[in-house]
Design a protein. Sequence first.
Length: 232
Amino acid sequence: MTELVSYELNDGIATIVLNNGKANALSHEVFEALNKALDQAEQDKAVVILTGQPGVFSAGYDLKEMQKGPQEAAALVKVGSTLTRRLAAFPLPVIGACSGHAIAKGAFILLSVDHRIGIEGPFKLGLNEVAIGMTMHHAGIEIARHRLNPPHFYRSVVNAEIYNPEGAVEAGYLDEVVGQDRLLERASALANQFKQLNMRAHRETKVKAKAEYLELLDRCIQQDAENLGLRG
């Protein structure tokens, strides 16, 4: 799609790769490119593999944009929350192929897709907002509550605990961990398995199963925007 996000379609599987510097920072431009890639996947009726560059899935929001001021930070958070809400209700299966570190918004993306594969290694996954002086936003709290295993919700959201890949499986950020050289192989195998699903039934069941959560998330996104002075 752009140099920030690539899109490759192969036999009904769309591989979307984040590629924005060593941290894979999530900026307005990256979110715009991600949404265009997801639009294309919907048009192609493709199962999605979402991944990053080797060593990092994403370390979160682009700090240059977040540090411009409260309004700019709030605007980026709203765009990011809207993207994760879209992933949570995406009409086709989405596999997160976590290629390394996944911190803050990177971890929230993992909490919003259908299946998450991580890799072995000295990688960090988790929500570090409280540790770096950010009060967790309403949408973030509910995204975490929806997917993290209950004993790890408080540890992650309030205590900002960071996990290694194996611990991230226990916490609920990942569903499985494979060797680094097997990440895309495993993601491809799983995508081919998901291709056998009835996509209408998958779409309708996903939205039905998450109906209350998606309504809550919509309210939280709006509440976050209003609390920080944004409208619309």
